[in-house]
Design a protein around this ligand. Structure first.
Ligand code: CUA
Length: 152
C-alpha cells in the first residue's frame, strides 16, 4: 500500500517536472518578435518615441544622441550645435518616402527608409558648418532638403 502511494507521488513529480519543462520551452518559443526589426508605421513616426521629440541630447562627455526625422523636404531638428571633438550617434527615420542622409566631408552616407531606423555615428574633430544633405531623389524640392550641424 505504502509503495503504491510513493509510486503515485513519483509519477506525479515526473509529470510536474515534464510540465514545467514544456511550459518554459513554450514560453521561450513564443517570445514576441522583439524590436530587432526596428520598424515603425511611417504615418505614426511623429507620435512614436523617440521620434515624437527629435533633437540633440548629451549622453556623455562630448557624446550626443541626435534623434532625427526626415520628411519632404527637410529634417527635424533643423539645426544643431556641438563642441569640437563631439561624437554624435544619429538615430534617423523617415516619415514619408525614401530620403538620403549624407554629410559631405565625412563618411556619413545613409539611405533613410520610411519607418526603418538607421544608425550612424561620427566624431566631429574639426570646427565648421556641416550640412546634412538628402542624396536620394524625393520630389520637387529634393535639392533644398538639408539641415546644419555647427561644430565649434
Ligand atoms: Cu529627401 Cu531628396
Amino acid at each position: 500500500k505504502l509503495e503504491k502511494i510513493w509510486l503515485a507521488i513519483g509519477i506525479t513529480m515526473l509529470f510536474v517536472f515534464l510540465g514545467v519543462l514544456g511550459v518554459s520551452a513554450f514560453a521561450m518559443g513564443v517570445k514576441p518578435p522583439s524590436e530587432h526589426h526596428h520598424r515603425i508605421d511611417p504615418s505614426k513616426v511623429q507620435e512614436t518615441a523617440p521620434f515624437n521629440n527629435p533633437g540633440l541630447r548629451p549622453i556623455g562627455n562630448l557624446e550626443y544622441e541626435a534623434v532625427m526625422t526626415a520628411f519632404t523636404f527637410g529634417y527635424a531638428p533643423d539645426k544643431m550645435e556641438i563642441p569640437v571633438g563631439s561624437t554624435v550617434h544619429f538615430t534617423v527615420t523617415s516619415q514619408d518616402v525614401v530620403h538620403g542622409f549624407a554629410i559631405p566631408g565625412t563618411n556619413v552616407n545613409m539611405m533613410i527608409v520610411p519607418g526603418e531606423i538607421s544608425h550612424v555615428s561620427h566624431t566631429f574633430t574639426k570646427p565648421g558648418e556641416y550640412l546634412i544633405l538628402c542624396n536620394e531623389y524625393c520630389g520637387g524640392a529634393h535639392e533644398f532638403m538639408k539641415t546644419t550641424i555647427i561644430v565649434k
